[in-house]
Design a protein around this ligand. Structure first.
Ligand SMILES: NC(=O)c1ccc[n+]([C@@H]2O[C@H](COP(=O)([O-])OP(=O)(O)OC[C@H]3O[C@@H](n4cnc5c(N)ncnc54)[C@H](OP(=O)(O)O)[C@@H]3O)[C@@H](O)[C@H]2O)c1
Length: 413
């Protein structure tokens, strides 16, 4: 502090010659009463309020106007945000699917359960592929009674175990004559853990288990063509990075791990289309939007509680979230959209790097290796879109493509 600026108070006491300090005036003990401090005036509440307002420089009337304005603004913001997030296009197709068999993985809850209910309502033979068979059977009973469709069953499937996937596929291939639609829906999102085969759980369940399942069921899909595979993806694929040298994801983060598994699903959609389209199997990725389900159940801590609370207020219902999946299962003339990702029953633009041919091929071969099928890597299969094979040659001519499409339309009729 600059001491030079401080003014000294003048010394009002006179100094006597002897240097003794004396009071300037003696109190007159006879006439003057000892001075008592005057009684402080009573301050009314209103006066106190005014003093407080003066001190704080805030007008109480300002507050009574500002607070409601802020609250209204927050309510409006939440209202429009909710509208934006829940904007949903319903499946317009009224097609029924009697005589068609559909598998839905993870159908005991959330989007899978809503999809199963709607497809059962449309007359399909619906197979719920669930990790917990008891839960799955209970849901199957409910769907049967709700939709009056007796053709709803549950098979046990743990996507976190390649042995379980194989068992499921063998049982299905043995018992069921056909498979028209495979819906790869199940997913894990949560703290780091490992599948029974030692792979990081999100990648293992959300992608690798589905890769293996699709691979093992593809002969059935081919036999039942025209058939469809629907992969549930998510816009969080943009947060995922696929590093083949670090599949264990050493720097684990829930959202990044989930995003990586969904990136793998987008790439799988591209590659599967390239390999299977000539067999008249159509492949779709579906991003359902933000849906209030159990997906966030494993997100730990306060942030988990906050996200779950927001989801309850802002997100779509599972019945709304399943509309594009239902659309891809039942609608006609979707061939042009095969190999693409859809949201709200329309094409959703995917970033080019997620469709990189070489990376998609590499992921396919690495996945075969992870599933213990190195020795079964098939020669490059043909593509309906005339894209290149592994050796860089175009495999189908325009004529081939035309005849494949004609064949497909004929079969669809
Ligand atoms: N909800 C969203 O906002 C959102 C957004 C984008 C994409 N998606 C995608 O939509 C799909 C459905 O998700 P959802 O929101 O409906 O989630 P959900 O309610 O959590 O349902 C996930 C299902 O997957 C099953 N599952 C988990 N681990 C499994 C395993 N190892 N083997 C077999 N099944 C397993 C669960 O079974 P248990 O009940 O036994 O655990 C459950 O039935 C997922 O692919 C998800 O990534 C969802």
């Amino acid at each position: 502090m600059a001491q030079g600026n401080v003014k000294k108070a003048p010394n009002k006491q006179p100094v006597t010659s002897g240097g003794n300090k004396k009071p300037a005036t003696k109190p007159n003990t006879v006439h003057q009463k000892p001075t008592t401090p005057p009684p402080s005036p009573k301050i009314t509440t209103r006066e106190k309020q005014i003093i407080w307002e003066d001190d704080n420089d805030v007008d109480i009337e300002d507050i009574t106007f500002t607070v409601p304005i802020i609250i209204s603004f927050i309510i409006l913001f939440v209202f429009f945000l909710r509208k934006y997030i829940r904007w949903n296009v319903e499946c317009q197709s009224q097609n029924r699917i009697e005589g068609k068999t559909v598998i839905i993985t993870g159908a005991n809850t959330g989007i899978g359960k809503a999809t199963a209910t709607e497809l059962a309502r449309r007359g399909g033979r619906v197979i719920l592929a669930c990790r917990d068979k008891k839960k799955g059977e209970a849901v199957a009973v409910k769907i049967r009674s709700k939709t009056r469709n007796p053709d709803v069953y549950c098979y046990a499937l743990d996507l976190g175990s390649l042995a379980s996937v194989k068992e499921f596929a063998e049982e299905f291939n043995h018992r069921e004559p056909s498979l028209h639609t495979l819906i790869n829906n199940a997913a894990y999102m949560g703290p780091k853990s490992m599948t029974k085969d030692g792979y990081e759980m999100s990648l293992g369940v959300n992608y690798l288990g589905h890769f293996y399942l699709t691979y093992l069921l593809r002969e059935k899909l081919k036999k039942s063509a025209p058939s469809r595979v629907i992969n549930l993806v998510s816009d969080s694929y943009t947060k995922g990075k696929l590093d083949f040298e670090d599949l264990a994801l050493t720097k684990y983060d829930i959202y990044k791990a989930y995003g990586r598994s969904k990136l793998a699903m987008v790439m799988f959609t591209t590659e599967l289309h390239r390999r299977l389209a000539h067999d008249i199997i159509q492949i779709y990725g579906v991003h359902p939007g933000m849906v209030c389900t159990d997906l966030l159940r494993n997100w730990p801590g306060l942030s988990g509680n906050i996200i779950r609370a927001c989801a309850r207020v802002l997100f779509k219902s599972p019945e709304e979230g399943c509309q594009t999946v239902v659309f891809c299962t039942v609608a006609d003339k979707l061939r042009e959209m095969s190999g693409k990702v859809l949201e709200n029953c329309n094409v959703y633009k995917v970033k080019a790097s997620a469709k990189d041919k070489e990376l998609c091929k590499k992921l396919w071969n690495v996945s075969l290796h992870l599933c213990g099928m190195d020795d079964q890597i098939p020669p490059e299969e043909q593509s309906s879109s005339g894209v290149e094979g592994t050796n860089g040659t175009s495999l189908l001519t325009a004529e081939d493509i035309g005849s494949t499409h004609a064949q497909e339309e004929k079969k669809e009729k």
